[in-house]
Design a protein around this ligand. Structure first.
Ligand SMILES: NC(=O)c1ccc[n+]([C@@H]2O[C@H](COP(=O)([O-])OP(=O)(O)OC[C@H]3O[C@@H](n4cnc5c(N)ncnc54)[C@H](OP(=O)(O)O)[C@@H]3O)[C@@H](O)[C@H]2O)c1
Length: 268
């Protein structure tokens, strides 16, 4: 049965556009107070106000390329992380010395979740929207954890998904009072790919005509996530169902990924 969420506080990192905006709208329409976070608020706040007249909605400026901007976020009841980028760029370190794409898709998200989880209430919820059930293993996680020597668009995508399952599965074990979930959105019509070169962006924009709307994607993910119970790591696919393949790592591999993540983020 779907948990009642009216008046709960939701924090949506990446809620300033795309899938995050879709989830923010779905939560606002259910009566949540929604805080969207990103680099610029764009024009999302009036849309939230129209969707959720009962709640109060605001914007917080953060930059996922700089972990210290994520240090003082308010602990919510519902935490959503969708911030990301699609580029064909090579290994590009942030001020934290981590590749930009890996930092947005995995490291910054685990950093936020690990900081906020201890402050979240019983039955609180955390979701990261990336590639549940659709990524492959990144086999060089032990010798080249941060991809400095083996960077490619494919390895960056696989490593982010592979590490997400390991890191967030451990989070679910450590916080059995929370619902922890990794979702895969399927193909969605968003601004995804803005940073790509024109010859890639063009075909992506054509294909996006056939993608789901951000509102529909937000509704599918939100209703499935709110249906889950605390106590175990969850994955949901593009149709809102549990993924057939849940994780690809072994328990021993998970320990290595978690300990390398903690060391890199200074969380150990
Ligand atoms: N769209 C798809 O078809 C699709 C398919 C599979 C997986 N995904 C994954 O789903 C996630 C969301 O994708 P989307 O389509 O919603 O992308 P999007 O429309 O491009 O939105 C990306 C969001 O990330 C935020 N962001 C980007 N760089 C940031 C930074 N440095 N710091 C903080 N926030 C930042 C942006 O906000 P600001 O610009 O305000 O910072 C924006 O709200 C991504 O991880 C993507 O890989 C998407």
């Amino acid at each position: 049965m779907t948990a009642p969420v009216k008046k709960l506080n939701a924090l949506v990192i990446g809620g300033t556009s795309g899938i995050g905006q879709g989830i923010a709208l779905a939560l606002a329409s259910r009566g949540c107070n929604v805080t969207i976070a990103g680099r610029t608020p764009k024009d999302v706040l009036p849309l939230l106000k129209a969707a959720g007249k009962d709640g109060t909605h605001e914007f917080i400026a953060v930059n996922g390329f700089d972990l210290k901007t994520l240090d003082d976020l308010p602990a919510p009841d519902l935490l959503v992380m969708t911030h990301g980028m699609a580029t064909t760029q090579g290994y590009t370190p942030t001020v934290d010395g981590i590749d930009q794409k890996l930092q947005l898709h995995y490291f910054s998200r685990l950093y936020i979740a690990r900081k906020l989880a201890p402050k979240m209430p019983e039955n609180g919820r955390i979701i990261t929207v990336l590639s549940a059930g659709v990524h492959s293993r990144y086999p060089k996680f032990n010798e080249d954890f941060t991809l400095e020597k083996n960077y490619s668009v494919t390895n960056a995508a696989d490593a982010a998904g592979f590490y997400t399952d390991a890191g967030f599965e451990k989070l679910a074990d450590d916080f059995p009072n929370l619902v922890v979930c990794h979702a895969s959105p399927g193909f969605v019509s968003t601004n995804w790919g803005t940073e790509m070169p024109w010859y890639v962006k063009g075909p992506v924009r054509v294909l996006q005509v056939f993608g789901k709307s951000l509102e529909k994607c937000g509704e599918i993910i939100t209703s499935s996530w709110l249906d889950l119970s605390p106590g175990k790591y969850n994955t949901i696919d593009q149709n809102g169902k549990p993924c057939k393949t849940k994780v690809l790592h072994t328990p021993a591999e998970r320990e290595i990924i978690v300990s390398k993540t903690d060391e890199l983020l200074g969380l150990a």
